[in-house]
Ligand binder design. Structure first.
Ligand SMILES: C[S@@+](CC[C@H](N)C(=O)[O-])C[C@H]1O[C@@H](n2cnc3c(N)ncnc32)[C@H](O)[C@@H]1O
Length: 213
């Protein structure tokens, strides 16, 4: 099968499995599995893929078809122009949260030397995006989940922000000392009773990150 044929059959399979944006998902997984950029696929459409290339792709396609989130299969997510490690230890960052960060960066916060606290940091996307964009900022990030904190620390190291952002475990503000110019929080807000009605992909996010009781 050529790369284009694989792309087309994967897209059709995802559409049948009611995966949103089937072609985009197929391109991401194919590029990831071949170690290419998505745009580079277009230069190889006529190339025949061999079994060694198809086997790992098949497994990714199977898992995606069963509702495993694309970001977990890729192992990364783009957020505010940066790449973050993404796995089941924390919530997959949502586009609306990028809007929150962009809104904050347009405010006065970028013009001061702010002390910032991110409550419920998850993968660290808010804290780390703010720290990267505001070099004078001192950023602290807390979460109740040790798993999320481990992922956030990993992201901080990967982005070279390990010395700029501190991470600690705290139940809301219980173990937090000091005062802050900005407290930002994207805490769980889905009622637990809504669990059974949520799309299957959302159930891959940690319950602690999703349900507000
Ligand atoms: C909706 S997720 C948001 C994660 C991240 N800030 C983002 O926007 O992608 C909520 C986060 O709050 C954390 N959390 C839940 N209850 C908490 C609590 N009582 N104290 C601190 N963090 C909590 C969860 O572990 C999770 O990482």
């Amino acid at each position: 099968m050529t790369l284009l044929e694989v792309l087309q059959s994967t897209t059709a399979y995802f559409a049948k499995r009611e995966i949103e944006s089937p072609r985009l998902n197929a391109e991401h997984l194919l590029a990831h599995s071949l170690g290419r950029k998505r745009i580079e696929l277009y230069l190889e459409f006529e190339r025949a893929l061999d079994e060694a290339e198809l086997a790992p792709l098949r497994e990714l396609v199977r898992r995606r078809g069963q509702g495993e989130p694309l970001q977990h299969l890729l192992g990364t997510v783009e957020f505010c122009g940066r790449t973050f490690v993404c796995d089941k230890r924390a919530l997959i960052p949502r586009p609306e949260t990028e809007e929150l960060v962009e809104h904050l960066l347009k405010s006065e916060i970028g013009k001061q030397k702010p002390e910032i606290l991110d409550v419920g940091t998850g993968s660290g996307v808010i804290a780390l995006s703010l720290a990267a964009a505001v070099p004078e900022a001192k950023v602290h990030a807390i979460d109740l989940s040790e798993d999320a904190l481990a992922l956030a620390r990993q992201n901080a190291e990967m982005l070279g922000l390990g010395s700029r952002v501190s991470f600690a475990r705290s139940n809301l503000l219980r173990d937090v000392k000091g005062s802050f110019d900005l407290i930002v929080a994207n805490l769980p807000y889905v009622p637990a009773a809504d669990g059974p009605t949520l799309p299957r992909e959302v159930l891959h996010d940690p319950a602690l990150a999703m349900f507000g009781g």
